[in-house]
Design a binder for this molecule. Structure first.
Ligand code: BDP
Length: 698
């Protein structure tokens, strides 16, 4: 049964979102767990809105009254009458629907969803829900829908126990873990089921249930606490979501009692093989492992003088017989560097470590690469690793949890950022895009086909009643799933989808006003956030440790490798080949040249690639210093305007949602003002250049 939760506020997909579907006559044909999920969804909606769910008959399948909606597997002996013509049309077309794909059409007053496999039927159902009445209006020809990415994964950075420094969810801003409570499996498994439903409705099909920084208790999820993982898998399976685990590379030592975790040691290989077999005995559809190795204190193959290919391959060999995958993260860098040594550059690290290993990973290793070379900043160039490993399956990693983008206290809709990232052409605008690499469709480029690892992201969900802390942050979770399904979608159309599916218009009130205003608050909120925080791609300037709020020099004299190099004359990181760290040389043409060149480098990335004087004139015509002042004043004005707009629609939303959003907007105004004042003051004092408009800066 689809959980009807009363103690949490619905995210997208409250019952009203099913009104159009639920008031129709529907037949669902097929068998299996996910088909039963579809049937149950339809039955619940029909019970609420007066429609009906017909059981298909065998043989001559003629309903007494015609169906409005047919959901059927193409593999059945017969399809319900209303779908026959669509099936014939589909059969005449080329190309498979695949396990997750579906065909959707409306003909002769019948809406038809056909799928070759049950997951496709479930995704088709949610597409019908998304369209609402439009799915039952004018007829339309057969549309074929297939996800661009085979793997659409959320990584939870959840700890089973509460970490004294990080809390329970590392970089979590939505309360405790949705999976774990008080050191044990959560008693609220219905909530896990409801979460799976939300994810399926946006297209996600995989999760990891624990933090990539694996502590002692969490390590045991692989062995004696595997039953807890199986229980989560049982809740998510009806919605087509496979469970994965983050594991520690040291497990053969810490859990297995072996003297070494050397990936080339026979006993270590045997231990991984045996342990993995037990996992699959317990969870036959287990997805695989996610590994953070030799990074920020996690153990890895370097400790044994082995390469990351050696490390990943031993695990890949263990999961291969079961069809599993190893997600090996490329986020590897030295976090204990000498900040006085300008020759080291953290941006270079992932490429330096991994590009030479191209071609050495087993087929079922997916190298998971953060979209930028540093760490989920509000603005970064694309990681050069994405273009550097044609013989490796790459996945691109995004951050849905808003660690560096306002921590779910600020409205920051990330759809436009991700759209830019996914649409970017690492080999130039005419070549394949980042999304093509993740989807594995670059066969048109010279050389072997690359990529195909899919899209992964760090999750933002916790046990908070609004799921994501800030109710409007749900839009990011939804958008992630939609982009993993189709990276070409318009981020603002996704935003409207989310608004319509979440704030379903009531009979009273003015739905357009609500939608228009929410859209206006959210559509440009990522760029607004960028305006009042670190300028022109330079990144960081956040408070050390928790990363919330401004601290311009917070990381400047630390070993973490995240510097801005501001002095009395200028600011920015020289990453050129000519005079800097040489990072620009990691890009193929044309970007290596574009980024190297002070004239061609895009404004928004200028300080990522170049150290320039404050008087340097941007393409926009403004100087760097004046740009800093102007954007920081503008950013705060925009946030203030958003808060004013929210006050206008507050009567149209649930009072609890209204209270939570209102309180967060107040905090956003306060925080943005603090960012503005600290940044402007800092750069005014460093440069001595007054604001051209005479605004007050201390
Ligand atoms: C950084 C986070 C840290 C994570 C790390 C990672 O600050 O908590 O452990 O990323 O991705 O952004 O492993």
């Amino acid at each position: 049964t689809a959980p009807q939760l009363t103690d949490v506020h619905p995210a997208w997909l409250p019952p009203e979102a099913f009104r159009a579907l639920g008031s129709r006559r529907t037949v669902v044909q097929g068998t299996g767990l996910l088909v039963e999920t579809v049937r149950q969804e339809v039955a619940d909606a029909a019970a609420r809105y007066g429609g009906s769910l017909r059981q298909p008959t065998t043989g001559a399948d003629e309903p007494t009254e015609p169906d409005d909606l047919v959901l059927a597997l193409t593999t059945g002996a017969t399809v319900p009458a209303g779908a026959a013509a669509v099936l014939a049309e589909l059969a005449a077309q080329t190309g498979q629907l695949g396990a997750d794909g579906f065909a959707l059409a409306r003909r002769a007053g019948v809406t038809v969803v056909l799928a070759d496999a049950a997951p496709g039927l479930l995704y088709g159902l949610f597409e019908v829900v998304r369209r609402g009445e439009a799915a039952f209006g004018a007829g339309f020809p057969v549309e074929r829908h297939r996800p661009a990415m085979r793997l659409r994964m959320l990584n939870h950075w959840d700890n089973v126990t509460v970490d004294p420094v990080m809390g329970q969810v590392e970089r979590g801003y939505s309360g405790g873990s949705i999976f774990w409570r008080d050191g044990a499996l959560t008693p609220e498994l219905s909530r896990v089921r409801a979460y799976g439903r939300l994810l399926a409705a946006s297209g996600v099909n995989a999760v990891t249930v624990n933090n990539v920084n694996v502590h002692a208790v969490e390590a045991r999820l692989l062995t004696d606490r595997l039953g807890d993982v199986a229980a989560i898998a049982d809740e998510l399976r009806p919605y087509g979501i496979r469970v994965h685990l983050s594991i520690t590379f040291a497990a053969p030592v810490t859990l297995g009692g072996l003297p070494t975790a050397d990936p080339l040691d026979e006993h270590v290989r045997a231990w991984w093989a045996k342990t993995t077999r037990q996992v699959y005995d317990t969870i036959p559809d287990f997805g695989g492992f996610v590994v953070k190795a030799d990074s920020e204190g996690q153990p890895g193959p370097f400790g044994y003088g082995r390469s990351h290919a050696d490390g990943a391959n031993v695990l890949a060999e263990a999961v291969a017989p079961f069809g599993g995958a190893v997600h090996w993260r490329a986020f590897v860098y030295n976090h204990r560097q000498d900040w006085r040594d300008r020759s080291t550059d953290r941006a270079r690290a992932a490429y330096d470590h991994f590009a030479p290993l191209d071609g050495q990973f087993r087929d079922n290793v997916i190298l998971q690469v953060k979209y930028g070379p540093i760490d989920f900043q509000v603005r970064e160039p694309i990681s050069p690793v994405i273009a550097a490993m044609p013989a490796t399956r790459l996945a691109v990693e995004l951050q849905v949890t808003q660690e560096y983008t306002g921590q779910q206290r600020h409205v920051c809709y990330l759809g436009p950022l991700w759209s830019e990232v996914l649409g970017f052409g690492p080999w130039g605008a005419d070549g394949p895009s980042v999304a093509d690499v993740a989807a594995g469709r670059t066969a048109d480029v010279a050389g072997p086909p690359v990529g195909g690892g899919g899209l992964a992201a760090v999750s933002s969900v916790g046990d908070d009643p609004f799921w994501t802390g800030h109710p409007l942050a749900q839009a990011n979770l939804y958008a992630f799933g939609r982009f993993a399904w189709n990276p070409r979608l318009d981020p603002l159309a996704i935003l409207d989808e989310w608004i319509d599916l979440t704030f379903v218009p009531t009979a009273t009130g003015d739905p357009d006003r609500l939608r228009r205003t929410l859209h206006a608050i959210m559509d440009d909120s990522w760029r607004t956030y960028e305006r009042y925080t670190a300028p022109l791609g330079v990144g960081f300037m956040v408070r050390p440790g928790h990363h919330y709020g401004p601290d311009v020099d917070g990381y400047e004299y630390t070993p973490w490798g995240t510097y801005h190099f501001a002095d009395r004359d200028g600011v920015g990181v020289d990453r050129t080949r000519a005079t800097g760290t040489g990072f620009t040389g990691q890009y193929p043409a044309p970007w290596s040249q574009v980024y190297e060149s002070l004239d061609q480098c895009p404004d928004e990335l200028l300080l990522f690639f170049h150290h320039v004087p404050y008087g340097h004139v941007l393409h926009s015509g403004s100087t760097v210093i004046q740009h800093i002042y102007d954007t920081h004043f503008a950013g705060v004005e925009q946030v203030t305007e958003s808060r004013r707009r929210w006050a206008e629609i507050v009567d149209l939303v649930d009072p609890a949602v209204a209270a939570r959003v209102g309180e967060r907007l107040d905090e956003q105004v306060r925080s943005a003002t603090e960012w503005r004042d600290q940044l402007n003051t800092y750069f005014f004092r460093k440069s001595g250049v007054p604001d051209a408009h005479g605004r007050r800066i201390h």
